[in-house]
Structures are given as structure tokens and as C-alpha cells.
Write a protein that binds this ligand. Structure first.
Ligand SMILES: *[C@@H]1O[C@H](CO)[C@@H](O)[C@H](O)[C@H]1NC(C)=O
Ligand SMILES: *[C@@H]1O[C@H](CO)[C@@H](O)[C@H](O)[C@H]1NC(C)=O
Ligand SMILES: *[C@@H]1O[C@H](CO)[C@@H](O)[C@H](O)[C@H]1NC(C)=O
Ligand SMILES: *[C@@H]1O[C@H](CO)[C@@H](O)[C@H](O)[C@H]1NC(C)=O
Ligand SMILES: *[C@@H]1O[C@H](CO)[C@@H](O)[C@H](O)[C@H]1NC(C)=O
Ligand SMILES: *[C@@H]1O[C@H](CO)[C@@H](O)[C@H](O)[C@H]1NC(C)=O
Ligand SMILES: *[C@@H]1O[C@H](CO)[C@@H](O)[C@H](O)[C@H]1NC(C)=O
Ligand SMILES: [Zn+2]
Length: 540
């Protein structure tokens, strides 16, 4: 009886604990042998305090840059979730490494959901971060009054959303974009396009969906012939097939995909006949471009998307950094300034295939492209903003040692006695069927060093999905300090417009009369007042 009472009390006590696992079980304690990571520096208080004070002093000394931004560059890492940033740091140089844009002084958190979906795609988000308006999943450059694949609603121009590239063109600035995807893909389409279906890149895609391609215009045609697209000074990326008719060969013996028989590359050349315009398709031609003799460039370096950075043909395929530098050199000739959009498109595609190695290398190259842009521009007149459109499901987990290979195994066995990787996806093609006896796939038998290794998932999907978590915005240059707090994604272009006096809101640095550069008129008035006062003094 006594034993029963004691047992009951014990049960009650243990039940009363919110977690029946002890802290020892829930939280890590040093495994294997305890290892010192870096005994000469990081083991002292001094090291951490000195670093912290340095960061603190920078924050205290920071002055707001209230110049008008002559130039705006928006870098967008497609699918560049926050775990992607943390993993790429380790991949590039260790946990304390900083990606180039992580050195930027200001950040905000961007909420990425689209009007009708919790987890966004690249089309509705492009409408938000380029046009300032949230849209429906799969639609680009149109308001949420346009449903997916609603061809008629898309042709109603009052449903169109103009991008910051349009705002910049109206004010006489040069404009352009660079991407590693097809130039007609969802993200760049946000620069110039209006479509109820992001996949309507050619007329063939529209016909295949049972719609009338002479009613709703495909994105490649919009890019070459319509208002914003035809005025772009720089268009670079992949996607030649969308420009060429079926039966017409591209520069690398590739096939065209258009049904209307129109060769849009020839059309582009024809429309630019009286301009200094170059069509190019390989790296050598890109590096040979003379910015002073080039006002317009159409660079289509691949039939489809550009290859992954790690898999490119180094002789033929330019890097994102090279394309970005060439774009800036061409655009910066305009004394009115420019707007440039640069997309690191294939971070997303690496993740979709659960090929984390490729995704991290794409992020590393994206970081280098931004570093190059920072090097060749001035923060006095150029606002640089770096963000992502949406997240992915990749996680960094377990308790790996400091310095552990981010693409390797965590080091311990899971409760099933089998090893696991630090990086995993919630879903995707990396799912492995259990063995016949029910045990989890033994990854020790996998070649984790293969750059196309697919990291594991909880359940199978052909393509790993996007994530619904927030992404970051990093900013440097005029009015960068306006990027702060947790913001809706569609606020981003309005801040860029404020900084560079663009947009139709009348809420800009110029309208607010904040620190408008001193004009000749102001100088003249000041001299006049000074002379009058001086003369007045003489006569008193
Ligand atoms: C065009 O769209 C606007 C705004 O959604 C709507 O008010 C108008 O009725 C539409 N026009 C036509 C012809 O459908
Ligand atoms: C497509 O639209 C055009 C222009 O409105 C029209 O002339 C043509 O008959 C339509 N084609 C089909 C198959 O409906
Ligand atoms: C940027 O400039 C720094 C300092 O000159 C240089 O070390 C670095 O390699 C440059 N980075 C790029 C990507 O051009
Ligand atoms: C930026 O502006 C500061 C202050 O006006 C000036 O000292 C500096 O030389 C400028 N830098 C560049 C690169 O123009
Ligand atoms: C289950 O099957 C796998 C693969 O066939 C084998 O390696 C493993 O030892 C088996 N486990 C048990 C508990 O039998
Ligand atoms: C997993 O595979 C490795 C390499 O083949 C093997 O040494 C190990 O015993 C396996 N683990 C289990 C639990 O079967
Ligand atoms: C902005 O100003 C212009 C000219 O003063 C005016 O026509 C327009 O309606 C204003 N726009 C907004 C959104 O207030
Ligand atoms: Zn995607």
C-alpha cells in the first residue's frame, strides 16, 4: 500500500513536469572527446569583447546617408533562405565568415506570402519586390484581380503593375537586368512583364494551355517589343529557345520553341538598328564588350537556364560576377543614373533538386557578384539592396562540431544507430525508401562528396518545395537605414523609389525636400544674400 502511494506521488510529480525528458536528454552535452576549437583566440573573453565593442562603435558612429540615390541595384538570391546564408558562410570560410552583403549596415525582415498562398513562388514575389504590389501565386506584373491563367484579365491594363524599372525609365534613367535563369523566367519577368501565368514565356506555352496567343502576349515577345522590355539597356541570362522559332537553330546548335515563326533575336536587332546595340551569346564576347560603345546589350548565353556555377563551361559561360560588372559599366554611362536588377537564380534550383552543394556554391557566387558591385560603385550615390524572394525547406541541425563539413554527416548516430547529415530538407527528391526490414537508409554508403548528392527528406516529392519563412533584406548606400523592422515584401521597391526619387507615390526623398543636392540656384541666392548683407553692413 505504501509502495503504491509512493509510486502514485512519483507519477504525479513526473507528470507535473512540462517535459518528461530531462534537460540532459533534451540539450546537447559535449560528445565524444571534448575538443578545444581555437585555444589561442576564441577561448579568451578579450577576443569576444573586443569584437563586440568594434561592432557597437560602428553602430554608434553610423550616420544616415540622406543623399538622393542616383543608382539603385537590387540583388535577389532566388530561394536564398536564412539557413542558406548560414550554411554558405561555413561552406565559404567557417562559421564566423561574412558573406559580402552581411557587412552591409542595415537589414530588414521581409514577409513573403502572396495574396492567395501562404508559401510564395517567384512570380507573385517578383511583383511585390519590383512592383510594390502583392499578387496571386504564379502571376507576375499584375494585381491580384488577375487569377492564374486568366488571359482576359491580364490584357486589361488597369490590372497591370509597373515595376521600378518602368519608374526609372520614365525619369530618363538607364535600366537593365542580369539573371542566371532564362531571361523570361518569373523573377526577371517582374522587371518588364505582365502575365497571368509565369510559364507563358513563349506563344507555344500559351497554346499548350489552350489559350489564344494573339490575345495574351508571351513574355519573350513582351520583353523585345513592349514598353519596359524594349527600353532595357541590359538583358543578360539564358533562355534563347524562347526567342527562336521551332526549326531555327541557336548559336550552340540549340532548338527554338516558338510557334509564331518570329525570330525575336533578329527582331531585337532590327528595333535597335540605329543604336549602339550588341547581341552576344558567349563569355568571350561579353568580356570584349566596350561599354563606351554599347548602349544596349542582349546576352543570351544558353538555350535554357545558365548552368550551375560549379558545372559551367569556363570558356563559354560567363559568371554572374562578370555579367554584373559588364551591366554596371554599360548602365553607369547615363548621367541620370540607372536601375539594375541582378538575380542569382539557381540557388533555388539547387534546392529544388535537394542538391545543397550546388545551391551553396550559387550563393557564394552571388556574394562575389555583390562584392564586385560594391567595389565598382560608390555608396555616396548608389543604393544596393540584397534580398531573397522566398525561403526553402533546407535546415541545419544536429550538434555538429565547430568546423565540421557543412555538407557532411553530423558526427553522431541517430537513435536508430545510423548516421545523419547536418543539412536536410523537409521534403523533396532526396527521400530514401527504408530497407526491407524497415530501417532507415544508411547514408554511410552514399557519396556525400558528389556535388549532385541529394540531401534527405521526410517525404518524397519530385521537386523540393519553397519555404514559408521570412527572408532578409540587406541595404547599403543612400537611405539604406529605411530598411528596418519586419516589413511586407512589397514595401521594398517603395523604399528604393523613395531613395532615388522614383515612383508614382509622391513620397520620395525629393518630394520630402530632404537634403536635396544643393542646386546652382541655391548657391546663387546664398551669394546674393551675403553680398546684400555685407553691403548693408558697410553703409551702417
Ligand atoms: C479592367 O480592370 C478594372 C480593375 O480591375 C475593372 O474595374 C474594369 O472593369 C476592367 N475592365 C474590363 C473591360 O474588364
Ligand atoms: C485569337 O484571337 C484573335 C484576336 O482577337 C482572333 O482573331 C482569333 O480568331 C483568335 N483565335 C482563336 C483560335 O480563337
Ligand atoms: C573587391 O575589392 C577588394 C579590395 O580591393 C579585393 O580584395 C576583392 O578581391 C574585390 N572583390 C571582387 C569580387 O572584385
Ligand atoms: C563620398 O562622399 C564623401 C563625403 O562627401 C567624400 O569624402 C568621399 O570622397 C566620397 N566618396 C566617393 C567614392 O565619391
Ligand atoms: C536492415 O537492412 C539493412 C540493409 O539491407 C541492413 O544493413 C541492416 O543491418 C538491417 N538491420 C537490421 C536490424 O536487421
Ligand atoms: C552503415 O554502413 C556502413 C558502411 O557500409 C557500415 O560500416 C555500418 O555498419 C552501417 N551501419 C548500420 C547500422 O548498418
Ligand atoms: C503625385 O503628384 C502629381 C503631380 O502633383 C499628381 O498628379 C498625382 O496625383 C500625385 N500622386 C499621388 C499618388 O498622390
Ligand atoms: Zn523555386
Amino acid at each position: 500500500m505504501l509502495k503504491f502511494v509512493i509510486l502514485s506521488i512519483c507519477c504525479l510529480l513526473t507528470e507535473a513536469r512540462p517535459d518528461h525528458l530531462s534537460d540532459r536528454v533534451m540539450h546537447p552535452h559535449p560528445k565524444k572527446s571534448f575538443e578545444k576549437y581555437n585555444s589561442n583566440e576564441e577561448n579568451t573573453a578579450d577576443f569576444w569583447k573586443t569584437n563586440a565593442i568594434k561592432t557597437l562603435k560602428q553602430a554608434v558612429a553610423a550616420e544616415h546617408n540622406t543623399n538622393v540615390a542616383k543608382n539603385v541595384i537590387l540583388f535577389m538570391g532566388d530561394g536564398m533562405s536564412i539557413p542558406t546564408l548560414a550554411a554558405t558562410r561555413v561552406y565559404m570560410g567557417g562559421e564566423n565568415f561574412e558573406l559580402s552583403f552581411e557587412k552591409f549596415p542595415y537589414t530588414a525582415v521581409s514577409k513573403t506570402y502572396c495574396v492567395n498562398y501562404q508559401v510564395a513562388d517567384s512570380a507573385c514575389t517578383a511583383t511585390a519586390y519590383l512592383g510594390g504590389v502583392k499578387a496571386n501565386l504564379g502571376t507576375v506584373g499584375v494585381t491580384a484581380s488577375v487569377d492564374w491563367e486568366d488571359c482576359n484579365a491580364m490584357t486589361n491594363t488597369s490590372n497591370n503593375v509597373d515595376s521600378i524599372a518602368q519608374w526609372a525609365q520614365v525619369k530618363g534613367k538607364s535600366t537593365g537586368f542580369v539573371t542566371t535563369a532564362r531571361v523570361t523566367h518569373a523573377s526577371p519577368a517582374g522587371v518588364f512583364g505582365h502575365s497571368a501565368q509565369r510559364d507563358w514565356e513563349t506563344d507555344t506555352d500559351i497554346i499548350n494551355d489552350g489559350k489564344n496567343a494573339s490575345v495574351c502576349t508571351d513574355l519573350a515577345t513582351q520583353l523585345v517589343t513592349e514598353d519596359v522590355g524594349k527600353n532595357l539597356n541590359v538583358i543578360m541570362g539564358g533562355g534563347r529557345y524562347a526567342f527562336l522559332p521551332k526549326g531555327t537553330k541557336g548559336d550552340e546548335d540549340d532548338e527554338g520553341y516558338r510557334s509564331d515563326g518570329v525570330n525575336l533575336i533578329e527582331k531585337w536587332k532590327e528595333l535597335k538598328e540605329s543604336e549602339q546595340a550588341e547581341y552576344i551569346w558567349n563569355r568571350e564576347q561579353l568580356l570584349a564588350l566596350k561599354p563606351e560603345e554599347t548602349d544596349y546589350v542582349l546576352g543570351l548565353f544558353e538555350s535554357d537556364h545558365c548552368p550551375f556555377h560549379l558545372e559551367r563551361d569556363e570558356a563559354l559561360d560567363p559568371t554572374l560576377t562578370e555579367m554584373t560588372e559588364a551591366a554596371i559599366n554599360i548602365l553607369s554611362k547615363n548621367s541620370e543614373g540607372y536601375f539594375l536588377f541582378v538575380e542569382g537564380a539557381r540557388i533555388d534550383m539547387g534546392h529544388h533538386q535537394a542538391m545543397a552543394h550546388l545551391a551553396l556554391e550559387e550563393t557564394a557566387e552571388f556574394s562575389r557578384a555583390i562584392e564586385r558591385a560594391v567595389n565598382i560603385t560608390s555608396e555616396n550615390d548608389t543604393l544596393i539592396v540584397v534580398t531573397a524572394d522566398h525561403a526553402h525547406t533546407m535546415s541545419i541541425s544536429g550538434y555538429p562540431f565547430r568546423g565540421n563539413d557543412i555538407l557532411g554527416t553530423e558526427g553522431e548516430a541517430a537513435d536508430d544507430g545510423l548516421p545523419f547529415t547536418t543539412i536536410n530538407y523537409a521534403n523533396g527528391p532526396g527521400y530514401q525508401q527504408p530497407s526491407k526490414n524497415g530501417s532507415r537508409h544508411n547514408i554511410s554508403e552514399d557519396d556525400l562528396s558528389n556535388i549532385e548528392y541529394r540531401f534527405s527528406a521526410i517525404f518524397p516529392l519530385d521537386s523540393e518545395t519553397h519555404g514559408g519563412d521570412d527572408v532578409l533584406v540587406f541595404a547599403k548606400g543612400p537611405w539604406a537605414h529605411l530598411f528596418r523592422g519586419v516589413i511586407e515584401q512589397n514595401v521594398i521597391p517603395h523604399i528604393m523609389g523613395y531613395a532615388s526619387c522614383l515612383g508614382d507615390s509622391n513620397v520620395t526623398a525629393c518630394d520630402d525636400n530632404n537634403d536635396v543636392p544643393v542646386s546652382a540656384g541655391t548657391v546663387f541666392t546664398s551669394i546674393y544674400v551675403f553680398v546684400v548683407l555685407a553691403l548693408g553692413c558697410l553703409f551702417i
